[in-house]
Design a protein. Sequence first.
Length: 251
Amino acid sequence: MPVVLAAAAHHIPVISHESDMTPGLANRITAKSASKICCNFPETVKLLPADKAVLTGTPIRQELLSGNKLAGLNFCGFTTAKPVLLVTGGSTGAVHVNNAIRAILPELLKTYQVCHLCGAGKTDESLKNLNGYVQFEYVNKEMRDLFAMSDIVVSRAGANAICELLALRKPNLLIPLSANASRGDQILNANSFKQQGYSSVIEEENITNETLLKAINDLYARRDQYIGAMSVSRQNDAIPVIMELINSTAR
Protein backbone atom coordinates (compact mmCIF):
# COMPACT_ATOMS: atom_id res chain seq x y z
CA MET A 1 0.00 0.00 0.00
CA PRO A 2 2.76 2.56 0.76
CA VAL A 3 4.26 1.90 -2.69
CA VAL A 4 0.94 2.69 -4.39
CA LEU A 5 0.45 5.89 -2.42
CA ALA A 6 4.03 6.98 -3.12
CA ALA A 7 3.59 6.28 -6.83
CA ALA A 8 0.38 8.30 -6.90
CA ALA A 9 2.14 11.21 -5.19
CA HIS A 10 4.73 11.19 -7.98
CA HIS A 11 2.12 10.73 -10.73
CA ILE A 12 3.38 7.23 -11.60
CA PRO A 13 0.65 4.92 -13.01
CA VAL A 14 -0.28 1.98 -10.79
CA ILE A 15 -1.82 -1.38 -11.70
CA SER A 16 -2.91 -3.50 -8.75
CA HIS A 17 -4.22 -7.06 -8.52
CA GLU A 18 -7.01 -8.49 -6.37
CA SER A 19 -6.83 -12.27 -6.15
CA ASP A 20 -9.71 -12.75 -3.70
CA MET A 21 -13.41 -12.54 -4.42
CA THR A 22 -14.01 -9.57 -2.13
CA PRO A 23 -11.51 -6.68 -2.35
CA GLY A 24 -9.10 -6.60 0.56
CA LEU A 25 -8.44 -3.54 2.68
CA ALA A 26 -5.30 -2.52 0.80
CA ASN A 27 -7.02 -2.57 -2.59
CA ARG A 28 -10.04 -0.72 -1.25
CA ILE A 29 -7.83 2.03 0.13
CA THR A 30 -5.65 2.31 -2.98
CA ALA A 31 -8.42 1.93 -5.58
CA LYS A 32 -8.57 5.69 -6.16
CA SER A 33 -4.84 5.78 -6.89
CA ALA A 34 -4.77 2.78 -9.24
CA SER A 35 -5.10 3.18 -12.98
CA LYS A 36 -6.35 -0.38 -13.36
CA ILE A 37 -7.23 -3.17 -10.94
CA CYS A 38 -6.77 -6.73 -12.20
CA CYS A 39 -9.42 -9.11 -10.87
CA ASN A 40 -9.52 -12.85 -10.47
CA PHE A 41 -13.31 -13.27 -10.42
CA PRO A 42 -16.09 -11.64 -12.45
CA GLU A 43 -17.96 -10.95 -9.21
CA THR A 44 -15.06 -8.78 -8.02
CA VAL A 45 -15.25 -6.55 -11.08
CA LYS A 46 -18.73 -5.46 -9.99
CA LEU A 47 -17.42 -4.35 -6.58
CA LEU A 48 -14.78 -1.97 -7.93
CA PRO A 49 -14.86 1.19 -10.09
CA ALA A 50 -16.13 0.20 -13.54
CA ASP A 51 -13.47 2.21 -15.37
CA LYS A 52 -10.66 0.50 -13.46
CA ALA A 53 -11.61 -3.12 -12.80
CA VAL A 54 -10.50 -5.65 -15.43
CA LEU A 55 -11.10 -9.41 -15.37
CA THR A 56 -7.68 -10.97 -15.95
CA GLY A 57 -7.37 -14.03 -13.75
CA THR A 58 -4.19 -14.69 -11.77
CA PRO A 59 -0.74 -15.42 -13.25
CA ILE A 60 0.48 -18.91 -12.42
CA ARG A 61 3.94 -20.42 -12.21
CA GLN A 62 4.92 -20.91 -15.83
CA GLU A 63 6.86 -24.09 -15.10
CA LEU A 64 3.54 -25.81 -14.35
CA LEU A 65 2.71 -25.56 -18.05
CA SER A 66 5.69 -27.70 -19.06
CA GLY A 67 4.87 -30.92 -17.22
CA ASN A 68 5.49 -34.36 -18.69
CA LYS A 69 2.79 -37.00 -18.25
CA LEU A 70 5.14 -39.98 -18.58
CA ALA A 71 7.55 -38.48 -16.06
CA GLY A 72 4.67 -38.08 -13.62
CA LEU A 73 3.53 -41.67 -14.10
CA ASN A 74 7.07 -42.96 -13.60
CA PHE A 75 7.54 -40.83 -10.48
CA CYS A 76 4.42 -42.37 -8.95
CA GLY A 77 4.96 -45.89 -10.27
CA PHE A 78 1.70 -45.68 -12.23
CA THR A 79 0.75 -47.04 -15.65
CA THR A 80 -1.54 -45.87 -18.44
CA ALA A 81 -4.05 -48.62 -17.64
CA LYS A 82 -6.26 -46.47 -15.39
CA PRO A 83 -6.99 -42.74 -15.16
CA VAL A 84 -5.17 -40.76 -12.48
CA LEU A 85 -6.86 -38.88 -9.65
CA LEU A 86 -4.69 -36.22 -8.00
CA VAL A 87 -5.71 -35.19 -4.48
CA THR A 88 -4.21 -32.10 -2.91
CA GLY A 89 -5.14 -30.31 0.30
CA GLY A 90 -2.99 -27.24 -0.21
CA SER A 91 0.52 -26.48 1.00
CA THR A 92 -0.09 -27.78 4.53
CA GLY A 93 -2.47 -30.60 3.68
CA ALA A 94 -6.05 -31.01 4.84
CA VAL A 95 -6.95 -33.60 7.44
CA HIS A 96 -10.63 -33.63 6.51
CA VAL A 97 -9.87 -34.20 2.81
CA ASN A 98 -7.22 -36.81 3.62
CA ASN A 99 -9.57 -38.82 5.81
CA ALA A 100 -12.45 -38.59 3.35
CA ILE A 101 -10.33 -39.84 0.45
CA ARG A 102 -8.76 -42.67 2.43
CA ALA A 103 -12.18 -43.84 3.57
CA ILE A 104 -13.17 -44.60 -0.02
CA LEU A 105 -9.81 -45.80 -1.36
CA PRO A 106 -10.97 -49.39 -1.93
CA GLU A 107 -13.72 -48.14 -4.24
CA LEU A 108 -11.57 -45.46 -5.89
CA LEU A 109 -8.81 -47.91 -6.75
CA LYS A 110 -11.21 -50.04 -8.75
CA THR A 111 -11.33 -47.23 -11.31
CA TYR A 112 -8.45 -44.83 -10.66
CA GLN A 113 -4.82 -44.59 -9.67
CA VAL A 114 -4.60 -42.09 -6.81
CA CYS A 115 -1.76 -39.66 -6.15
CA HIS A 116 -2.31 -38.04 -2.76
CA LEU A 117 -0.47 -34.90 -1.61
CA CYS A 118 -1.40 -35.03 2.05
CA GLY A 119 0.83 -32.49 3.84
CA ALA A 120 3.76 -32.69 6.25
CA GLY A 121 3.36 -35.44 8.83
CA LYS A 122 0.07 -36.62 7.34
CA THR A 123 1.06 -39.75 5.42
CA ASP A 124 -0.50 -43.05 6.50
CA GLU A 125 2.12 -45.79 6.79
CA SER A 126 -0.55 -48.51 6.72
CA LEU A 127 -1.28 -47.56 3.10
CA LYS A 128 2.35 -47.39 1.99
CA ASN A 129 2.31 -50.51 -0.19
CA LEU A 130 -1.23 -50.23 -1.52
CA ASN A 131 -1.21 -50.89 -5.26
CA GLY A 132 -2.33 -47.89 -7.30
CA TYR A 133 -2.05 -45.44 -4.40
CA VAL A 134 0.90 -43.20 -3.67
CA GLN A 135 1.16 -40.47 -1.04
CA PHE A 136 3.60 -37.61 -0.58
CA GLU A 137 3.86 -35.02 2.15
CA TYR A 138 4.56 -32.48 -0.58
CA VAL A 139 6.42 -32.21 -3.89
CA ASN A 140 8.30 -29.38 -5.51
CA LYS A 141 9.70 -29.59 -9.03
CA GLU A 142 7.69 -32.74 -9.75
CA MET A 143 4.39 -30.88 -9.33
CA ARG A 144 4.23 -29.96 -13.01
CA ASP A 145 4.55 -33.64 -13.98
CA LEU A 146 1.89 -34.70 -11.47
CA PHE A 147 -0.51 -32.18 -12.97
CA ALA A 148 0.35 -33.38 -16.47
CA MET A 149 -0.43 -37.01 -15.64
CA SER A 150 -3.68 -36.25 -13.80
CA ASP A 151 -7.06 -36.75 -15.45
CA ILE A 152 -9.04 -35.19 -12.59
CA VAL A 153 -8.15 -33.35 -9.39
CA VAL A 154 -9.66 -33.05 -5.91
CA SER A 155 -8.50 -29.84 -4.26
CA ARG A 156 -9.13 -27.15 -1.70
CA ALA A 157 -10.38 -23.88 -3.19
CA GLY A 158 -7.67 -21.33 -2.49
CA ALA A 159 -7.50 -18.63 -5.15
CA ASN A 160 -4.05 -19.55 -6.45
CA ALA A 161 -4.76 -23.28 -6.48
CA ILE A 162 -7.94 -23.03 -8.51
CA CYS A 163 -6.32 -20.63 -10.98
CA GLU A 164 -3.62 -23.21 -11.60
CA LEU A 165 -6.30 -25.83 -12.30
CA LEU A 166 -8.04 -23.43 -14.67
CA ALA A 167 -4.87 -22.57 -16.58
CA LEU A 168 -4.02 -26.27 -16.88
CA ARG A 169 -7.60 -27.19 -17.88
CA LYS A 170 -7.81 -29.85 -15.17
CA PRO A 171 -11.35 -31.02 -14.33
CA ASN A 172 -11.65 -30.58 -10.60
CA LEU A 173 -13.77 -31.25 -7.55
CA LEU A 174 -13.34 -28.47 -5.00
CA ILE A 175 -13.76 -29.03 -1.28
CA PRO A 176 -13.62 -25.50 0.16
CA LEU A 177 -12.42 -24.90 3.69
CA SER A 178 -15.44 -24.74 5.97
CA ALA A 179 -16.74 -21.34 7.08
CA ASN A 180 -16.35 -22.67 10.62
CA ALA A 181 -12.57 -22.73 10.11
CA SER A 182 -12.13 -19.66 7.90
CA ARG A 183 -13.74 -16.41 6.77
CA GLY A 184 -15.47 -18.32 3.98
CA ASP A 185 -13.39 -17.07 1.06
CA GLN A 186 -12.82 -20.58 -0.31
CA ILE A 187 -16.57 -21.17 -0.42
CA LEU A 188 -17.01 -18.00 -2.48
CA ASN A 189 -14.14 -19.02 -4.78
CA ALA A 190 -15.55 -22.50 -5.30
CA ASN A 191 -19.08 -21.29 -6.00
CA SER A 192 -17.81 -18.78 -8.56
CA PHE A 193 -15.89 -21.46 -10.43
CA LYS A 194 -18.90 -23.78 -10.24
CA GLN A 195 -21.18 -21.12 -11.72
CA GLN A 196 -18.70 -20.50 -14.53
CA GLY A 197 -18.60 -24.22 -15.34
CA TYR A 198 -14.97 -24.78 -14.34
CA SER A 199 -15.45 -26.90 -11.22
CA SER A 200 -17.65 -29.27 -9.31
CA VAL A 201 -18.06 -28.48 -5.62
CA ILE A 202 -18.86 -30.44 -2.48
CA GLU A 203 -18.76 -28.78 0.92
CA GLU A 204 -17.15 -30.50 3.89
CA GLU A 205 -20.44 -30.70 5.76
CA ASN A 206 -22.00 -32.69 2.92
CA ILE A 207 -19.26 -35.28 2.55
CA THR A 208 -20.08 -38.92 3.14
CA ASN A 209 -18.43 -41.92 1.53
CA GLU A 210 -21.30 -42.13 -0.93
CA THR A 211 -21.51 -38.42 -1.84
CA LEU A 212 -17.75 -38.06 -2.32
CA LEU A 213 -17.43 -41.16 -4.48
CA LYS A 214 -20.38 -40.07 -6.61
CA ALA A 215 -18.97 -36.55 -6.99
CA ILE A 216 -15.61 -37.92 -8.17
CA ASN A 217 -17.19 -40.36 -10.62
CA ASP A 218 -19.51 -37.67 -11.97
CA LEU A 219 -16.54 -35.34 -12.45
CA TYR A 220 -14.68 -37.97 -14.45
CA ALA A 221 -17.74 -38.74 -16.57
CA ARG A 222 -18.20 -35.04 -17.39
CA ARG A 223 -14.51 -34.13 -17.67
CA ASP A 224 -14.75 -33.05 -21.32
CA GLN A 225 -17.48 -30.58 -20.41
CA TYR A 226 -15.27 -28.94 -17.79
CA ILE A 227 -12.26 -28.87 -20.10
CA GLY A 228 -14.37 -27.17 -22.76
CA ALA A 229 -15.52 -24.46 -20.38
CA MET A 230 -12.02 -23.81 -19.08
CA SER A 231 -10.58 -23.68 -22.58
CA VAL A 232 -12.66 -20.62 -23.50
CA SER A 233 -12.30 -18.84 -20.16
CA ARG A 234 -11.12 -15.23 -20.12
CA GLN A 235 -9.15 -16.03 -16.97
CA ASN A 236 -7.08 -18.98 -18.14
CA ASP A 237 -4.02 -17.04 -19.38
CA ALA A 238 -3.55 -13.96 -17.24
CA ILE A 239 0.01 -12.96 -18.13
CA PRO A 240 -0.56 -11.58 -21.67
CA VAL A 241 -3.71 -9.76 -20.54
CA ILE A 242 -1.89 -8.12 -17.65
CA MET A 243 1.13 -7.31 -19.81
CA GLU A 244 -1.12 -5.54 -22.31
CA LEU A 245 -2.62 -3.52 -19.46
CA ILE A 246 0.85 -2.57 -18.27
CA ASN A 247 1.98 -1.56 -21.74
CA SER A 248 -1.14 0.44 -22.52
CA THR A 249 -1.06 2.20 -19.14
CA ALA A 250 2.62 3.06 -19.51
CA ARG A 251 2.18 4.71 -22.93
